[in-house]
Design a protein around this ligand. Structure first.
Ligand SMILES: NC(=O)c1ccc[n+]([C@@H]2O[C@H](COP(=O)([O-])OP(=O)(O)OC[C@H]3O[C@@H](n4cnc5c(N)ncnc54)[C@H](OP(=O)(O)O)[C@@H]3O)[C@@H](O)[C@H]2O)c1
Length: 226
């Protein structure tokens, strides 16, 4: 059974640029009521005309709780935890501060936002995290990127636990890899445009069922190894 975004309330973090903005555009075009959450809005996001909630750093618990208060009484059908950072941290010397920053934004961010919004979900709601194949232990043949890889592997574990804990409420939790996407994060050197990634991600969001909760999937549709 298709789970169309039309008429759904869909909250996206990091919606001011990159993949988050492309998701907001795509989902709005499909008839969703998009809540675009960001630290600061952008010309492109403002032009979209969706509801924008700015001033939300996902690594700041007080700001995340402020977001939850603003949404009191509203139902959220899909939550898309997209905000993230990548730093090219080093081993020699080990850049501990960079690893901690990435863990806070990429791991604690999605977990804090999801936890703060738990009461906004109903049976059938879906919680996504835009994670990365860089967080796959089995797929790691090139090393490096300590903070990014650790933070994405850890958020996968967090979302696996969420999938178990939210199952009694019939709320699904899913991990999605967007592909190698030309955004600021990768100096626009990716293989696909944000719009192409967003189209694939939205297809997955539509087709993933409660039975699939806890899976780690590529935007193109196949499962990824942990
Ligand atoms: N691009 C790729 O090839 C690729 C591959 C795998 C996974 N991903 C994942 O896809 C997601 C989106 O990445 P992207 O490529 O679109 O990167 P991007 O263009 O750099 O955009 C990152 C977004 O995250 C937001 N953000 C960063 N730190 C934040 C914080 N502390 N609080 C709130 N928002 C914050 C940014 O907002 P500001 O404008 O305020 O900084 C921006 O909206 C990330 O989770 C990334 O890890 C990307």
């Amino acid at each position: 059974m298709s789970d169309s975004p039309a008429g759904k309330t869909i909250l996206i973090t990091g919606a001011n640029r990159g993949i988050g903005l492309a998701l907001a555009q795509r989902l709005q075009a499909l008839g969703a009521e998009v809540i675009a959450v960001c630290r600061r809005s952008s010309i492109d996001l403002d032009a979209l005309g969706v509801e924008v909630i700015d001033g939300v750093d996902v690594s700041d618990q007080q700001q995340v709780e402020g977001l939850a208060r603003k949404l009191e009484g509203r139902n959220i059908d899909w939550l898309v935890n997209n905000a993230g950072i990548l730093e090219r941290d080093t081993l020699e010397p080990l850049d501990v501060a960079a690893i901690e920053r990435q863990f806070r934004v990429n791991t604690l961010g999605p977990l804090m936002v999801s936890a703060a919004l738990l009461d906004r979900f109903a049976a059938g709601s879906k919680v996504f995290v835009i994670t990365s194949a860089m967080g796959s232990i089995g797929d790691n043949t090139s090393g490096g990127y300590y903070g990014y890889r650790i933070s994405k592997a850890a958020v996968n574990m967090a979302f696996k636990s969420l999938s178990v804990d939210l199952a009694p409420r019939k709320v699904g939790a899913y991990m999605l890899h967007p592909g190698f996407v030309s955004t600021d994060m990768v100096n626009n050197q990716g293989e696909i445009a944000p719009e192409t990634s967003a189209a694939g991600l939205v297809e997955r969001m539509i087709e993933l069922r409660i039975e699939d909760s806890g899976t780690f999937r590529h935007a193109r549709g196949h499962n990824l190894e942990w």
